[in-house]
Design a protein around this ligand. Structure first.
Ligand SMILES: *[C@@H]1O[C@H](CO)[C@@H](O)[C@H](O)[C@H]1NC(C)=O
Ligand SMILES: *[C@@H]1O[C@H](CO)[C@@H](O)[C@H](O)[C@H]1NC(C)=O
Length: 275
């Protein structure tokens, strides 16, 4: 009997899944419960949280009935009230970032950067004739990657500048830690540009589909099959294996929120053992 239980526990901890029937899973020895926050959103991607208003911004795709091509739209979900809306005024809304000090929400579209206005619930174009934005990340200023350039730029005072250290390298997604080390991904994997000596080192061959920083600036990323964090020594730790992940954010209470298929799911710690 004891042996059977031990084997069962081993099998369970290997799979990280405690009991799929009640949607629990374990991340670093904490049991989390899955809860669907939003259904019927196609490929929820490029998520970010405004911690001041507890609002999740993200993009999703929708087939254009005219030509059957996917169009991208920016949307928000208020995590306290569940209010959900598509954000008008933006061409091909694809990415989002928040300046939590100045309370500004930036959105990226097919022709540049937009600012979101909570009063009108619309986006306003702030760099006309801008590049097509792939991803936005806010740290000391707004950073972005552009498609098809695959380069990292900053946007400040209405001006876009390429990040000189990365001028010659392709970068699809970017993030900065609290020491301003810059992480970026391209089709070869994950790299870190050391802030002090400007060396670029490879941290692994991950297929990254999102970078995010929690409310304290700790860096996390997702691949289609797992969540990871990067610690202060630039060591990558795998947190959990999951299927079909599109993007990850961490809310103000350290819950994980991720996009998968046509859903947005929150993982929050629970005492529930589903017995
Ligand atoms: C990704 O970036 C690294 C580091 O700059 C570079 O060596 C590599 O060639 C890049 N990969 C691609 C596919 O451009
Ligand atoms: C970054 O560069 C500095 C200066 O060379 C070095 O002391 C530090 O260890 C480097 N950081 C990492 C994580 O390699």
């Amino acid at each position: 009997m004891k042996l059977i239980i031990t084997l069962a526990l081993l099998a369970v901890s290997y799979a990280h899944i405690i009991k799929s029937a009640c949607d629990l899973l374990s991340i670093q020895d904490i049991i989390y419960q899955k809860e669907v926050l939003k259904k019927n959103v196609n490929d929820p991607y490029q998520m970010t949280i405004d911690y001041n208003t507890n609002t999740l911004f993200f993009s999703h795709s929708r087939a254009n009935p005219k030509n059957n091509e996917d169009v991208f739209e920016s949307a928000y979900l208020n995590l306290a009230t569940n209010e959900y809306n598509i954000i008008p005024g933006i061409l091909g809304g694809f990415s989002a970032a928040v300046d939590n000090n100045k309370h500004k929400v930036y959105l990226g579209g097919r022709n540049g950067i937009y600012e979101y206005d909570y009063e009108t619930k619309r986006a306003t174009h702030v760099n006309p004739n801008g590049y097509s934005i792939w991803q936005l990340f806010f740290k000391d200023k707004l950073y972005y990657t552009a498609y098809p350039q695959e380069r990292v730029y900053t946007f400040e005072g209405g001006k876009s500048l390429i990040v000189p250290e990365l001028k010659r390298t392709s970068a699809q997604l970017v993030a900065l830690d609290n020491n301003y080390n810059m992480y970026f991904s391209n089709s070869s994997g994950l790299f870190c540009l050391n802030k002090s000596d400007k060396n670029i080192i490879q941290l692994g061959e991950y297929t990254i589909n999102s970078f995010t920083a929690d409310v304290n600036g700790n860096i996390y990323f997702s691949t289609p099959s797992a969540f990871y964090n990067i610690d202060n020594n630039q060591k990558v730790n795998k947190l959990v294996d999951l299927d079909d992940v599109f993007g990850l954010v961490v809310d103000g209470k350290n819950n994980f929120i991720y996009g998968t298929g046509d859903k947005i799911i929150r993982l929050s710690p629970t005492q529930n053992k589903c017995l």
